[in-house]
Design a protein around this ligand. Structure first.
Ligand code: MN
Ligand code: MN
Length: 466
């Protein structure tokens, strides 16, 4: 089956729109390096577009009608946006879903220590990473420290040119003879991901009665106290994420690609969000975009797709539309259709042997549908219904969206999952629809601008026609 390169089809006017969209996406990527930051950024965009907070609507007792636009957040880590349709809600929604958490290192709850004149923060990695990729690069600290009185200190340190960055050291090549014989997974061990955060000691006077142990750690604590009002104990209730420092960059002589941290899965989350925010007029079916947390660790926890937060918000929406009953809720979810949007493993000619080429996602060949994900014998996958796949094909072809289909590598080689199977538990039709990424889960991942653009077009026409 022939699939054309998406770039071939663009005229000047479309290229300009593609470039503008890519620039806006890069801003989202650079401002949103954590799930909390992505949620805040998305909330601000939604407000700008006139979306009201569903919580305020519920509190005021206001009734929603078709054409109304609302959003809901959950714990500051998930955000859902809705456009209420003209048809009864029980007929189902058109849903776009993606995740906004990305692999990284989290600061431990008792992290700060000093060894031989260097102060460190101990970390615990989050999601699947090749640990050796996260050493010897500039790193930034993003997150929150919540104090006992509930007040919150928000950190973004390492992004401005004037900011310091942080660093995990690697062994010098001259002494690496033994290290280099290890299996790649053992080259850097999880417990060795220790973040260097200081080396200048507190200087004590000779008669100073103070405890002179760990003077570098003490100096770091003094800085934290002075600059942020944080005590060592406050790390207990902190969520600090260590991410690659610096912005995304256009890539290649032709600037056709973007490298950046967290394309997985913000490259699907942003166009999903924008497809709903940019929808004009009143749709027949209710539209929804879900940006969710915790996908990288199995969608568990109160903010993961396995939680009931989405169902709870949909129940509130039904109620605010004056249409709630348990049965209506079930019908509404069952009758919904969804594009579960997550990145696909882009075919990498450098590592061709793990792919089956005619069923691989090719960079620049458009949005990528995966009928199923999972591993080995489709284990753990949501296998989309052929009837639904046919309808999606028709919508894409009618609207001239470039798409391809793919599996995650060769059968028996690997595998992975997305949020699709959790939404399919309601009985709704779900298919994976994402973007090819090279070096997935590396500190900097690569995507094609054309694929980003085709994904946005795909999500927009899905909302219009599905
Ligand atoms: Mn993903
Ligand atoms: Mn991932």
């Amino acid at each position: 089956m022939y699939r054309k390169v998406a770039w071939e089809g663009y005229r000047e006017e479309e290229t300009a729109r593609l470039e503008a969209f890519a620039a806006d996406y890069r801003r989202f990527l650079d401002e949103g390096k954590t799930e909390r930051e992505c949620t805040a950024y998305a909330e601000a965009l939604a407000k700008e577009k006139g979306f009201k907070n569903l919580e305020d609507v519920v509190k005021s007792g206001e009734k929603l009608k078709s054409g109304d636009r609302v959003y809901a957040t959950w714990m500051g880590k998930d955000i859902m946006t809705f456009v209420v349709g003209s048809r009864p809600l029980e007929e189902g929604m058109s849903i776009l879903g993606a995740h906004i958490d990305s692999p990284r290192m989290d600061v431990k709850q008792n992290p700060l220590y000093e060894e031989e004149g260097i102060a460190y923060l101990d970390t615990h990695y989050y999601g699947g990473i090749k640990k050796y990729q996260w050493v010897a690069i500039p790193l930034a600290l993003h997150g929150v420290v919540v104090k006992k009185d509930g007040s919150k200190v928000t950190w973004t340190i390492g992004e401005k040119d004037s900011d310091p960055v942080f660093y995990v050291s690697d062994l010098l090549i001259h002494l690496s003879q033994e290290q280099l014989t290890k299996q790649a997974k053992d080259v850097i061990e999880g417990e060795a991901l220790n973040l260097i955060v200081g080396s200048r000691p507190l200087v004590f006077g000779e008669d100073d009665k103070a405890d002179k142990k760990d003077p570098v750690k003490q100096a770091v604590l003094q800085l934290l106290r002075e600059q942020y009002g944080i005590e060592e104990e406050d790390f207990i209730s902190a969520e600090l994420e260590v991410v690659p420092a610096g912005k995304s960059r256009e890539t290649g002589f032709d600037r056709s690609m973007i490298i950046g941290y967290g394309h997985d899965d913000r490259v699907c989350a942003y166009p999903s969000l924008m497809a709903v925010l940019n929808y004009e007029g009143t749709p027949e079916k209710t539209l929804c975009a879900i940006l969710t947390d915790k996908e990288e660790i199995g969608s568990v926890g109160a903010t993961g797709m396995n939680s009931h937060f989405f169902e709870n918000v949909v129940a509130e929406l039904l109620d605010a539309c004056g249409q709630y009953s348990d049965l209506t809720l079930r019908r509404m979810l069952r009758n919904s259709r969804m594009l579960s949007s997550d990145v696909a493993a882009g075919f990498d000619p450098n590592f061709a042997s793990v792919f089956e080429k005619k069923n691989a996602a090719l960079v620049g060949h458009g949005v990528c549908f995966s009928k199923f994900t999972g591993s080995r014998g489709k284990s753990g996958s949501n296998d989309a219904n052929a009837e639904y796949v046919a309808e999606i094909r028709r919508i894409m072809d009618d609207n001239e969206v470039d798409f391809q289909t793919a599996e995650l590598g060769k059968v028996d080689v690997g595998g992975g999952g997305t949020i699709a199977y959790m939404c399919s538990k309601y009985g709704m039709n779900v298919i994976d629809a994402g973007i090819a990424v090279l070096s997935m889960h590396a500190p900097f991942e690569l995507i094609s601008k054309a694929d980003l653009w085709e994904a946005y077009k795909c999500y927009a026409v899905f909302l219009k026609d599905a």
